[in-house]
Design a protein around this ligand. Structure first.
Ligand code: IYR
Length: 226
């Protein structure tokens, strides 16, 4: 049965111009301070910050509002150890054999290697899964595939929301994409329609955390106006 749209009035806060500027400047000032962190403290993080950030991610727009995502929140040390070991095994193979010299050269500015201690050190690891298709029961009680539209784009947008929410809550994150990532679906026992999309260690930076000196392109290099 197709469901048709039901409409309601939009709940929208029309801000005055100074308030718009204030919020815009404040958000910009805070967001540009976000850095990918690879040295985490094991200090605990309140779970409600993680939950709220996932609520923010879950509010993201998605193709046909299908919300094709699952956020796996992992804090169990044994599970984190297992994920780290599997990620490092894939990454070692990648860094030593699979990545091209051009790729390794591009990565040199970040100073990364196959070692991923942050997966164990950070109190939480969020693994985001993309639901390549949905599953529903048909009238005969059998599972049927539901086509998902723009799931890659939808999950990308939700992850952007998630990273922003975690950062604004005073938490550090890393976007990590061990390749291939299939082991995450296996370790976490996810169904066949879920594809690992990204792994995000979340926590506080280690006292002595360092980040590479890199810069972002200025506005005139990333924006065109006509
Ligand atoms: N996935 C690897 C390699 C890596 C690739 C890119 I592109 C980066 O921006 C950073 C790392 C790793 O996580 O080390």
């Amino acid at each position: 049965m197709t469901k048709s749209a039901i409409f309601q009035p939009l709940d929208f806060d029309r801000l005055n111009a100074p308030e718009q500027s204030r919020r815009s400047e404040e958000f910009l000032r805070r967001m540009v301070k976000r850095r990918s962190v690879r040295h985490f403290s094991s200090a605990p993080v309140p779970l409600n910050l993680i939950e709220n950030a996932i609520r923010v991610a879950g509010s993201a727009p998605s193709g046909a509002n299908q919300q094709p995502w699952t956020f796996a929140v992992i804090s169990d040390p044994a599970l984190k150890r297992k994920i780290r070991a599997a990620a490092e095994a894939e990454e070692k193979e990648s860094y030593e054999r699979r990545m091209t010299p051009e790729w390794l050269a591009a990565l040199a500015v970040l100073g990364t290697d196959w070692r991923k201690p942050h997966i164990e050190d950070a109190p939480y690891v969020i693994v985001v899964f993309r639901q390549a298709y949905g599953i529903r029961q048909n009238d005969a009680g059998q599972d049927e595939r539901v086509m998902h539209y723009y799931s890659e784009e939808s999950v990308g947008i939700a992850v952007g929301f998630l990273l922003a929410a975690l950062h604004i809550s005073g938490l550090a994150t890393l976007t990590h994409t061990p390749s291939p990532m299939k082991f995450l679906a296996e370790i976490l026992g996810r169904p066949a329609n879920e594809r690992p999309y990204i792994l995000i260690p979340v926590g506080y930076p280690a006292e002595d955390a360092e980040v590479p000196v890199i810069s972002k392109k200025p506005l005139d290099e990333i924006m065109i106006s006509r």
